[in-house]
Design a binder for this molecule. Structure first.
Ligand code: F6P
Length: 452
Protein backbone atom coordinates (compact mmCIF):
# COMPACT_ATOMS: atom_id res chain seq x y z
CA UNK A 1 0.00 0.00 0.00
CA UNK A 2 1.27 3.43 -0.97
CA UNK A 3 0.50 6.53 1.09
CA UNK A 4 1.14 10.00 -0.33
CA UNK A 5 -0.33 13.39 0.44
CA UNK A 6 -1.85 13.63 -3.04
CA UNK A 7 -3.52 10.75 -4.82
CA UNK A 8 -2.28 10.33 -8.39
CA UNK A 9 -5.57 11.52 -9.89
CA UNK A 10 -6.90 14.52 -11.75
CA UNK A 11 -10.55 15.40 -12.32
CA UNK A 12 -11.78 16.21 -15.84
CA UNK A 13 -15.21 17.08 -17.23
CA UNK A 14 -16.63 14.64 -19.78
CA UNK A 15 -18.82 15.66 -22.75
CA UNK A 16 -21.95 15.73 -20.54
CA UNK A 17 -20.28 18.06 -18.03
CA UNK A 18 -19.90 15.32 -15.42
CA UNK A 19 -16.67 15.25 -13.39
CA UNK A 20 -14.66 12.09 -13.90
CA UNK A 21 -11.48 11.05 -12.09
CA UNK A 22 -8.48 9.98 -14.20
CA UNK A 23 -5.24 8.38 -13.07
CA UNK A 24 -2.31 10.81 -13.57
CA UNK A 25 0.49 8.74 -15.02
CA UNK A 26 3.42 10.11 -12.95
CA UNK A 27 6.75 8.38 -12.30
CA UNK A 28 5.64 7.08 -8.93
CA UNK A 29 2.58 5.42 -10.49
CA UNK A 30 4.74 3.73 -13.13
CA UNK A 31 7.29 2.64 -10.54
CA UNK A 32 4.86 1.17 -8.09
CA UNK A 33 2.30 -0.31 -10.48
CA UNK A 34 4.01 -3.73 -10.63
CA UNK A 35 4.36 -3.84 -6.84
CA UNK A 36 0.73 -2.79 -6.37
CA UNK A 37 -0.72 -5.31 -8.79
CA UNK A 38 -2.54 -7.90 -6.71
CA UNK A 39 -5.46 -8.13 -4.38
CA UNK A 40 -5.74 -5.64 -1.56
CA UNK A 41 -3.19 -3.25 -3.09
CA UNK A 42 -4.20 0.34 -2.53
CA UNK A 43 -3.11 3.97 -2.57
CA UNK A 44 -4.17 6.28 0.27
CA UNK A 45 -4.11 10.06 -0.24
CA UNK A 46 -5.97 13.36 -0.57
CA UNK A 47 -7.75 13.97 -3.89
CA UNK A 48 -6.99 17.71 -3.93
CA UNK A 49 -10.60 18.80 -3.23
CA UNK A 50 -12.27 20.31 -0.14
CA UNK A 51 -14.25 17.78 1.93
CA UNK A 52 -14.38 15.32 -0.98
CA UNK A 53 -15.88 11.86 -0.93
CA UNK A 54 -14.07 8.99 0.81
CA UNK A 55 -15.56 6.45 -1.58
CA UNK A 56 -12.74 4.23 -2.94
CA UNK A 57 -12.06 4.54 -6.68
CA UNK A 58 -10.91 1.66 -8.84
CA UNK A 59 -8.85 3.11 -11.68
CA UNK A 60 -6.72 1.08 -14.07
CA UNK A 61 -6.11 -1.64 -11.48
CA UNK A 62 -5.41 0.78 -8.62
CA UNK A 63 -7.66 0.94 -5.59
CA UNK A 64 -7.50 4.61 -4.63
CA UNK A 65 -8.61 5.46 -1.10
CA UNK A 66 -9.33 9.20 -0.77
CA UNK A 67 -8.93 10.84 2.64
CA UNK A 68 -11.42 13.70 2.95
CA UNK A 69 -9.96 16.95 4.32
CA UNK A 70 -11.78 20.12 5.33
CA UNK A 71 -10.73 23.54 4.11
CA UNK A 72 -9.23 24.31 7.55
CA UNK A 73 -7.24 21.06 7.54
CA UNK A 74 -5.87 21.84 4.08
CA UNK A 75 -4.95 25.37 5.14
CA UNK A 76 -3.19 24.21 8.29
CA UNK A 77 -1.68 20.89 7.20
CA UNK A 78 -0.87 21.46 3.51
CA UNK A 79 -0.35 25.22 3.13
CA UNK A 80 0.75 25.77 6.72
CA UNK A 81 2.91 23.16 8.42
CA UNK A 82 3.87 21.22 5.26
CA UNK A 83 4.62 24.06 2.89
CA UNK A 84 5.28 27.11 5.07
CA UNK A 85 7.21 25.31 7.84
CA UNK A 86 8.69 22.00 6.69
CA UNK A 87 9.33 22.85 3.03
CA UNK A 88 11.52 25.91 3.84
CA UNK A 89 13.03 24.07 6.85
CA UNK A 90 14.23 21.12 4.77
CA UNK A 91 15.28 23.15 1.72
CA UNK A 92 17.12 25.77 3.76
CA UNK A 93 17.54 28.35 0.99
CA UNK A 94 17.16 31.45 3.14
CA UNK A 95 13.36 31.43 3.45
CA UNK A 96 12.44 31.38 7.14
CA UNK A 97 10.06 28.63 8.21
CA UNK A 98 6.87 30.09 9.66
CA UNK A 99 5.04 28.32 12.44
CA UNK A 100 1.70 28.24 14.21
CA UNK A 101 0.33 25.94 16.92
CA UNK A 102 -2.88 25.49 14.90
CA UNK A 103 -0.82 24.24 11.92
CA UNK A 104 0.96 21.70 14.09
CA UNK A 105 -2.33 20.54 15.63
CA UNK A 106 -3.76 19.88 12.16
CA UNK A 107 -0.54 18.27 10.94
CA UNK A 108 -1.01 15.75 13.78
CA UNK A 109 -4.69 15.40 13.02
CA UNK A 110 -4.28 14.86 9.26
CA UNK A 111 -1.41 12.40 9.78
CA UNK A 112 -3.73 10.50 12.16
CA UNK A 113 -6.53 10.47 9.57
CA UNK A 114 -4.16 9.04 6.95
CA UNK A 115 -2.85 6.43 9.40
CA UNK A 116 -6.38 5.44 10.39
CA UNK A 117 -7.34 4.95 6.76
CA UNK A 118 -4.23 2.86 6.14
CA UNK A 119 -4.98 0.63 9.11
CA UNK A 120 -8.58 0.11 7.95
CA UNK A 121 -7.45 -1.08 4.55
CA UNK A 122 -4.02 -2.73 4.79
CA UNK A 123 -3.91 -6.51 4.75
CA UNK A 124 -2.48 -8.52 7.65
CA UNK A 125 1.33 -8.54 7.48
CA UNK A 126 1.03 -6.10 4.55
CA UNK A 127 3.48 -3.41 3.44
CA UNK A 128 2.92 0.32 3.89
CA UNK A 129 5.09 2.69 1.86
CA UNK A 130 4.74 6.33 3.01
CA UNK A 131 5.88 9.25 0.80
CA UNK A 132 7.40 12.51 1.94
CA UNK A 133 7.45 15.27 4.52
CA UNK A 134 3.69 15.92 4.63
CA UNK A 135 3.24 12.54 6.35
CA UNK A 136 6.23 12.05 8.66
CA UNK A 137 4.08 10.99 11.64
CA UNK A 138 2.07 8.39 9.73
CA UNK A 139 4.59 5.55 10.34
CA UNK A 140 4.40 5.95 14.12
CA UNK A 141 0.60 6.18 14.17
CA UNK A 142 0.29 3.11 11.92
CA UNK A 143 2.81 1.14 14.01
CA UNK A 144 0.86 1.80 17.22
CA UNK A 145 -2.30 0.30 15.69
CA UNK A 146 -0.80 -2.34 13.43
CA UNK A 147 2.41 -3.96 14.72
CA UNK A 148 2.09 -6.64 12.03
CA UNK A 149 2.83 -4.48 8.96
CA UNK A 150 6.14 -3.53 7.31
CA UNK A 151 6.57 0.25 7.05
CA UNK A 152 8.83 2.16 4.68
CA UNK A 153 9.19 5.92 4.24
CA UNK A 154 10.82 7.85 1.39
CA UNK A 155 11.90 11.47 1.85
CA UNK A 156 11.73 13.06 -1.63
CA UNK A 157 13.22 16.39 -0.55
CA UNK A 158 16.63 17.24 0.95
CA UNK A 159 17.54 16.56 4.57
CA UNK A 160 19.91 19.44 5.37
CA UNK A 161 22.39 20.04 8.16
CA UNK A 162 21.35 18.34 11.44
CA UNK A 163 21.63 21.41 13.65
CA UNK A 164 19.37 23.36 11.31
CA UNK A 165 16.61 20.71 11.40
CA UNK A 166 17.03 20.05 15.13
CA UNK A 167 16.25 23.76 15.72
CA UNK A 168 12.60 23.17 14.79
CA UNK A 169 10.57 22.79 17.98
CA UNK A 170 8.88 19.56 16.88
CA UNK A 171 11.93 17.99 15.19
CA UNK A 172 12.15 15.22 17.80
CA UNK A 173 8.51 14.22 17.21
CA UNK A 174 8.99 14.16 13.43
CA UNK A 175 12.05 11.93 13.72
CA UNK A 176 10.32 9.70 16.26
CA UNK A 177 7.54 9.37 13.69
CA UNK A 178 10.08 7.89 11.28
CA UNK A 179 11.64 5.77 14.04
CA UNK A 180 8.66 3.41 13.68
CA UNK A 181 9.75 2.50 10.13
CA UNK A 182 11.60 -0.61 9.02
CA UNK A 183 13.29 1.38 6.23
CA UNK A 184 13.76 5.14 5.82
CA UNK A 185 14.98 6.19 2.35
CA UNK A 186 16.60 9.40 1.15
CA UNK A 187 17.80 10.71 -2.22
CA UNK A 188 21.50 11.11 -1.36
CA UNK A 189 24.02 9.70 1.10
CA UNK A 190 24.48 13.22 2.53
CA UNK A 191 20.73 13.28 3.37
CA UNK A 192 21.14 9.95 5.18
CA UNK A 193 24.17 11.28 7.11
CA UNK A 194 22.31 14.44 8.13
CA UNK A 195 19.28 12.40 9.24
CA UNK A 196 21.44 10.12 11.41
CA UNK A 197 23.33 13.09 12.87
CA UNK A 198 20.01 14.79 13.64
CA UNK A 199 18.74 11.68 15.48
CA UNK A 200 21.94 11.64 17.55
CA UNK A 201 21.73 15.37 18.26
CA UNK A 202 18.13 15.13 19.46
CA UNK A 203 18.63 11.91 21.39
CA UNK A 204 22.33 11.17 22.13
CA UNK A 205 21.43 7.98 24.04
CA UNK A 206 19.87 6.35 20.96
CA UNK A 207 21.62 3.11 20.01
CA UNK A 208 22.66 2.37 16.44
CA UNK A 209 20.79 -0.93 16.46
CA UNK A 210 17.50 0.64 17.55
CA UNK A 211 17.48 2.93 14.51
CA UNK A 212 15.54 2.04 11.39
CA UNK A 213 17.56 0.94 8.37
CA UNK A 214 18.30 4.19 6.49
CA UNK A 215 19.95 4.47 3.09
CA UNK A 216 20.10 6.44 -0.15
CA UNK A 217 17.75 5.38 -2.97
CA UNK A 218 18.03 8.01 -5.71
CA UNK A 219 14.64 8.22 -7.40
CA UNK A 220 14.37 8.26 -11.17
CA UNK A 221 11.92 8.27 -14.08
CA UNK A 222 10.33 5.69 -16.34
CA UNK A 223 13.11 6.32 -18.91
CA UNK A 224 11.86 3.94 -21.59
CA UNK A 225 8.35 5.40 -21.46
CA UNK A 226 9.61 9.00 -21.67
CA UNK A 227 11.96 8.11 -24.50
CA UNK A 228 9.23 6.38 -26.51
CA UNK A 229 6.68 9.12 -25.87
CA UNK A 230 9.13 11.83 -26.95
CA UNK A 231 9.57 10.23 -30.39
CA UNK A 232 5.84 10.11 -31.22
CA UNK A 233 4.78 12.08 -34.34
CA UNK A 234 2.43 14.29 -32.28
CA UNK A 235 5.31 15.39 -30.06
CA UNK A 236 7.65 16.00 -32.99
CA UNK A 237 4.98 18.04 -34.78
CA UNK A 238 4.41 20.13 -31.66
CA UNK A 239 8.17 20.70 -31.33
CA UNK A 240 8.24 21.96 -34.91
CA UNK A 241 5.24 24.18 -34.25
CA UNK A 242 6.95 25.71 -31.21
CA UNK A 243 10.18 26.41 -33.13
CA UNK A 244 8.26 28.06 -35.97
CA UNK A 245 6.21 30.18 -33.58
CA UNK A 246 9.44 31.50 -32.00
CA UNK A 247 10.91 32.33 -35.44
CA UNK A 248 13.32 29.34 -35.51
CA UNK A 249 16.02 30.97 -33.38
CA UNK A 250 19.50 29.48 -33.37
CA UNK A 251 19.33 28.80 -29.62
CA UNK A 252 16.42 27.63 -27.49
CA UNK A 253 17.11 27.76 -23.75
CA UNK A 254 14.55 25.98 -21.58
CA UNK A 255 13.44 25.90 -17.95
CA UNK A 256 10.61 23.61 -16.75
CA UNK A 257 9.50 23.78 -13.12
CA UNK A 258 6.78 23.99 -10.57
CA UNK A 259 6.81 27.71 -9.67
CA UNK A 260 8.79 27.28 -6.46
CA UNK A 261 11.46 29.49 -4.87
CA UNK A 262 13.76 26.48 -4.45
CA UNK A 263 14.06 26.03 -8.22
CA UNK A 264 16.33 29.06 -8.86
CA UNK A 265 14.07 30.43 -11.60
CA UNK A 266 14.94 34.07 -10.94
CA UNK A 267 18.69 33.23 -10.92
CA UNK A 268 18.52 31.58 -14.35
CA UNK A 269 16.47 34.44 -15.84
CA UNK A 270 18.98 36.95 -14.50
CA UNK A 271 21.78 34.83 -16.01
CA UNK A 272 20.02 34.91 -19.38
CA UNK A 273 19.68 38.69 -19.03
CA UNK A 274 23.48 38.85 -18.49
CA UNK A 275 23.98 36.62 -21.53
CA UNK A 276 21.92 38.99 -23.69
CA UNK A 277 23.77 41.99 -22.24
CA UNK A 278 27.13 40.34 -23.06
CA UNK A 279 26.18 40.24 -26.74
CA UNK A 280 26.86 36.48 -26.99
CA UNK A 281 23.24 36.08 -28.15
CA UNK A 282 20.43 38.47 -29.02
CA UNK A 283 16.66 38.20 -28.71
CA UNK A 284 16.65 37.28 -32.42
CA UNK A 285 19.22 34.50 -32.21
CA UNK A 286 18.02 33.09 -28.87
CA UNK A 287 14.89 32.55 -26.82
CA UNK A 288 14.51 31.50 -23.20
CA UNK A 289 11.35 29.44 -22.77
CA UNK A 290 10.26 29.16 -19.15
CA UNK A 291 7.44 26.72 -18.47
CA UNK A 292 6.12 27.17 -14.93
CA UNK A 293 3.22 25.31 -13.38
CA UNK A 294 1.47 27.41 -10.72
CA UNK A 295 1.94 25.87 -7.29
CA UNK A 296 0.84 26.46 -3.66
CA UNK A 297 -0.72 29.74 -4.75
CA UNK A 298 -2.31 30.49 -1.38
CA UNK A 299 1.13 30.64 0.29
CA UNK A 300 2.49 34.22 0.46
CA UNK A 301 6.10 33.36 -0.50
CA UNK A 302 4.85 31.71 -3.71
CA UNK A 303 2.80 34.81 -4.62
CA UNK A 304 5.92 36.91 -4.04
CA UNK A 305 8.01 34.63 -6.29
CA UNK A 306 5.43 34.84 -9.03
CA UNK A 307 5.58 38.66 -8.92
CA UNK A 308 9.42 38.59 -8.96
CA UNK A 309 9.46 36.35 -12.04
CA UNK A 310 6.90 38.56 -13.85
CA UNK A 311 8.99 41.68 -13.12
CA UNK A 312 12.27 40.15 -14.38
CA UNK A 313 10.66 38.82 -17.55
CA UNK A 314 9.04 42.17 -18.29
CA UNK A 315 12.34 43.98 -17.81
CA UNK A 316 14.33 41.54 -19.98
CA UNK A 317 11.76 41.61 -22.75
CA UNK A 318 11.63 45.42 -22.73
CA UNK A 319 15.42 45.87 -22.56
CA UNK A 320 16.15 43.32 -25.28
CA UNK A 321 13.46 43.54 -27.96
CA UNK A 322 13.70 41.35 -31.06
CA UNK A 323 13.21 42.53 -34.63
CA UNK A 324 10.15 40.31 -35.06
CA UNK A 325 8.54 41.30 -31.78
CA UNK A 326 8.86 37.78 -30.29
CA UNK A 327 9.84 38.23 -26.64
CA UNK A 328 13.35 37.18 -25.54
CA UNK A 329 11.73 35.23 -22.69
CA UNK A 330 8.63 33.22 -23.57
CA UNK A 331 6.76 32.45 -20.36
CA UNK A 332 4.31 29.52 -20.33
CA UNK A 333 2.71 29.94 -16.92
CA UNK A 334 0.40 26.94 -16.95
CA UNK A 335 0.13 23.20 -16.43
CA UNK A 336 1.17 22.08 -19.90
CA UNK A 337 -0.24 18.93 -21.45
CA UNK A 338 2.26 16.08 -21.55
CA UNK A 339 2.69 16.31 -25.35
CA UNK A 340 3.67 19.99 -25.11
CA UNK A 341 6.08 19.31 -22.25
CA UNK A 342 7.84 16.56 -24.20
CA UNK A 343 7.93 18.80 -27.29
CA UNK A 344 9.76 21.43 -25.24
CA UNK A 345 12.36 18.83 -24.20
CA UNK A 346 12.77 17.85 -27.86
CA UNK A 347 13.07 21.38 -29.24
CA UNK A 348 15.46 22.82 -26.59
CA UNK A 349 19.18 23.26 -27.24
CA UNK A 350 20.09 24.06 -23.64
CA UNK A 351 18.08 22.89 -20.63
CA UNK A 352 18.72 24.93 -17.48
CA UNK A 353 18.03 23.26 -14.13
CA UNK A 354 19.23 25.78 -11.55
CA UNK A 355 17.65 24.61 -8.28
CA UNK A 356 18.98 26.19 -5.09
CA UNK A 357 18.05 22.97 -3.23
CA UNK A 358 16.32 19.94 -4.72
CA UNK A 359 15.94 16.36 -3.52
CA UNK A 360 16.57 14.96 -7.02
CA UNK A 361 15.03 16.93 -9.95
CA UNK A 362 13.38 14.58 -12.38
CA UNK A 363 13.05 17.23 -15.11
CA UNK A 364 16.80 16.90 -15.74
CA UNK A 365 16.36 13.15 -16.23
CA UNK A 366 13.29 13.57 -18.45
CA UNK A 367 15.16 16.03 -20.68
CA UNK A 368 17.98 13.58 -21.43
CA UNK A 369 15.58 10.63 -21.87
CA UNK A 370 13.76 12.68 -24.53
CA UNK A 371 16.91 13.43 -26.61
CA UNK A 372 17.02 10.82 -29.34
CA UNK A 373 19.75 12.33 -31.48
CA UNK A 374 22.22 12.96 -28.64
CA UNK A 375 22.10 16.72 -29.10
CA UNK A 376 21.37 19.27 -26.39
CA UNK A 377 23.25 20.48 -23.34
CA UNK A 378 22.07 20.08 -19.77
CA UNK A 379 23.06 22.80 -17.31
CA UNK A 380 22.51 21.38 -13.84
CA UNK A 381 22.82 22.86 -10.36
CA UNK A 382 25.21 21.17 -7.94
CA UNK A 383 22.45 21.66 -5.35
CA UNK A 384 20.10 19.19 -7.08
CA UNK A 385 20.40 15.53 -6.08
CA UNK A 386 20.55 14.68 -9.80
CA UNK A 387 24.00 16.33 -10.05
CA UNK A 388 25.62 13.33 -8.28
CA UNK A 389 24.27 11.02 -10.94
CA UNK A 390 24.70 13.24 -13.98
CA UNK A 391 28.34 14.39 -13.98
CA UNK A 392 28.31 14.88 -17.78
CA UNK A 393 25.99 17.84 -17.35
CA UNK A 394 27.52 21.34 -17.11
CA UNK A 395 27.43 21.60 -13.32
CA UNK A 396 27.07 24.99 -11.70
CA UNK A 397 26.56 26.60 -8.30
CA UNK A 398 23.25 28.23 -9.13
CA UNK A 399 23.43 30.74 -6.27
CA UNK A 400 26.03 32.57 -8.38
CA UNK A 401 24.22 34.18 -11.33
CA UNK A 402 27.45 35.05 -13.19
CA UNK A 403 28.48 31.36 -13.01
CA UNK A 404 25.18 30.35 -14.67
CA UNK A 405 25.90 32.91 -17.41
CA UNK A 406 29.39 31.40 -17.85
CA UNK A 407 28.06 27.87 -18.35
CA UNK A 408 25.42 29.21 -20.75
CA UNK A 409 28.33 30.67 -22.76
CA UNK A 410 30.14 27.31 -22.55
CA UNK A 411 27.04 25.60 -23.93
CA UNK A 412 27.03 27.99 -26.90
CA UNK A 413 30.57 27.06 -27.93
CA UNK A 414 30.61 23.35 -27.04
CA UNK A 415 31.83 21.17 -29.94
CA UNK A 416 29.11 18.94 -31.43
CA UNK A 417 31.17 15.81 -30.70
CA UNK A 418 31.58 16.76 -27.04
CA UNK A 419 27.87 17.54 -26.71
CA UNK A 420 27.01 14.12 -28.18
CA UNK A 421 29.53 12.29 -25.99
CA UNK A 422 28.03 13.83 -22.84
CA UNK A 423 24.42 13.30 -23.90
CA UNK A 424 25.02 9.65 -24.86
CA UNK A 425 26.45 8.92 -21.41
CA UNK A 426 23.66 10.81 -19.63
CA UNK A 427 21.03 8.90 -21.61
CA UNK A 428 22.69 5.54 -20.99
CA UNK A 429 22.82 6.15 -17.23
CA UNK A 430 19.21 7.28 -16.94
CA UNK A 431 18.08 4.30 -19.06
CA UNK A 432 19.73 1.86 -16.62
CA UNK A 433 18.99 3.65 -13.37
CA UNK A 434 15.26 4.10 -13.87
CA UNK A 435 12.38 4.31 -11.45
CA UNK A 436 11.76 0.56 -11.60
CA UNK A 437 15.26 0.05 -10.15
CA UNK A 438 14.44 2.57 -7.40
CA UNK A 439 11.17 0.79 -6.50
CA UNK A 440 12.71 -2.69 -6.60
CA UNK A 441 15.64 -1.66 -4.40
CA UNK A 442 13.74 0.15 -1.68
CA UNK A 443 10.86 -2.36 -1.56
CA UNK A 444 13.40 -5.21 -1.58
CA UNK A 445 15.23 -3.68 1.40
CA UNK A 446 11.90 -3.22 3.15
CA UNK A 447 11.03 -6.88 2.81
CA UNK A 448 14.56 -7.89 3.98
CA UNK A 449 14.44 -5.54 6.99
CA UNK A 450 11.09 -7.01 8.01
CA UNK A 451 12.41 -10.57 7.90
CA UNK A 452 15.54 -9.70 9.88
O1 F6P B 1 8.69 16.45 -4.51
C1 F6P B 1 8.18 17.18 -3.48
C2 F6P B 1 6.66 17.30 -3.51
O2 F6P B 1 6.17 18.05 -2.44
C3 F6P B 1 5.94 15.97 -3.51
O3 F6P B 1 5.75 15.43 -2.23
C4 F6P B 1 4.69 16.35 -4.22
O4 F6P B 1 4.08 15.25 -4.79
C5 F6P B 1 5.15 17.36 -5.26
O5 F6P B 1 6.26 17.97 -4.70
C6 F6P B 1 4.11 18.39 -5.69
O6 F6P B 1 3.77 19.24 -4.66
P1 F6P B 1 2.27 19.65 -4.29
O7 F6P B 1 1.54 18.42 -3.89
O8 F6P B 1 2.43 20.62 -3.17
O9 F6P B 1 1.69 20.26 -5.52
Amino acid sequence: MVVSNRLPIAYREDSTGATIPLLSPGGLVAALAPALAGSGAAWVGWDGTFSGSEEPLDLEGFSLQPVSLTQAQITNHYEGLSNSTLWPLFHNVGVNPEYSEAWWADYLQVNRLFAQRVCNVVAEDGTVFVQDYQLMLVPEFVRSLRPDVAIGYFHHIPFPDATHVAGFEHAAELLEGLGACDVVGFQRQSDVDHFRACLQELNPSVEGTSLPHSAAYPISIDSAAVSTAASQPMVLAKAQEYATSWGNPEWVFLGVDRLDYTKGITQRLLAFEELLASGAVSADTAVFVQAGSPSRENVARYQQLSAEIDAIIERVNTTFPSVTGRPAVVYLRENLPRTDMLALFVVADVMVVSSLADGMNLVAKEFVAARHNDTGVLILSTHAGAAEQMPEALLVDSFVVSDITKVMQEALIMEKGETARRMKQLRADVAIHDVAEWATTILGDLSQARKA
